[in-house]
Design a protein around this ligand. Structure first.
Ligand code: COA
Length: 172
């Protein structure tokens, strides 16, 4: 039977634990610690961790952007160019769960947390880039496919096959 986990708000003090998960999932494609910190500055309520017995086993990391934000025009390093503290859209930059902890609903639970919080904060659109592996998870949460992004960042990559832009409207 899957073990319990709790969802906590991640602060800059938890950054080392978050980076451990990031590197275990994305290896050489990992975002830097500085980039993570910068994203957290643009939306302090946008990073949540799944914790079991005091250990972080997954996290979601997002930041606010303009409504017409296009992830394909953003690399990984320029958060300051596209982040907007009061932006009407939310960009989910990463959702990661340690490989051995997958398939227990942790990723879905983290995303639900982000969506509930975004609604409370008046965010109107949530946007992300999924792979063909993760797209079904997001589709179940109400995201729809916008377009394929074959050249997105360092992809195509086995960890992230067939990148696709997905979005979910929150308030019309
Ligand atoms: C995506 C991810 C966070 C899901 O975590 P999780 O706790 O297993 O999620 P859940 O248990 O809530 O949902 C499982 C779903 O994840 C998706 N999934 C399964 N393996 C996956 C993988 N290797 N990579 C991405 N998504 C995967 C499937 O849609 C699966 O649904 P299914 O069981 O019906 O096939 C996790 O697989 C992961 O960290 N993957 C690598 C990083 C990544 O691709 N992140 C998402 C894009 S930024």
């Amino acid at each position: 039977m899957p073990q319990q986990f709790e969802i906590i708000r991640v602060t800059p003090d938890d950054l080392d634990a978050l980076m451990y998960v990031e590197r275990e999932v994305f290896f050489e494609l990992s975002a830097s610690k500085e980039t993570m910190l910068e994203r957290m500055r643009y939306y302090p309520a946008g990073t949540w961790g799944a914790v079991r017995e005091g250990r972080m086993i997954g996290f979601v990391n997002s930041f606010r952007v303009d409504l017409d934000f296009a992830p394909e025009e953003y690399g990984d390093t320029d958060v300051r160019k596209v982040g907007r503290p009061d932006g009407a859209a939310l960009y989910v930059a990463s959702l990661n769960v340690l490989p051995r902890e997958r398939g227990q609903g942790i990723g879905t639970s983290l995303m639900r947390h982000i969506l509930d919080r975004a609604e409370d904060d008046g965010i109107r659109r949530v946007v992300l880039v999924a792979s063909s592996l993760s797209a079904p998870l997001y589709a179940r949460l109400g995201f729809s496919r916008v377009k394929e992004l074959p050249g997105f960042m360092h992809t195509p990559h086995p960890i992230f096959p067939d990148p696709v832009l997905m979005e979910r409207k929150i308030l019309e």
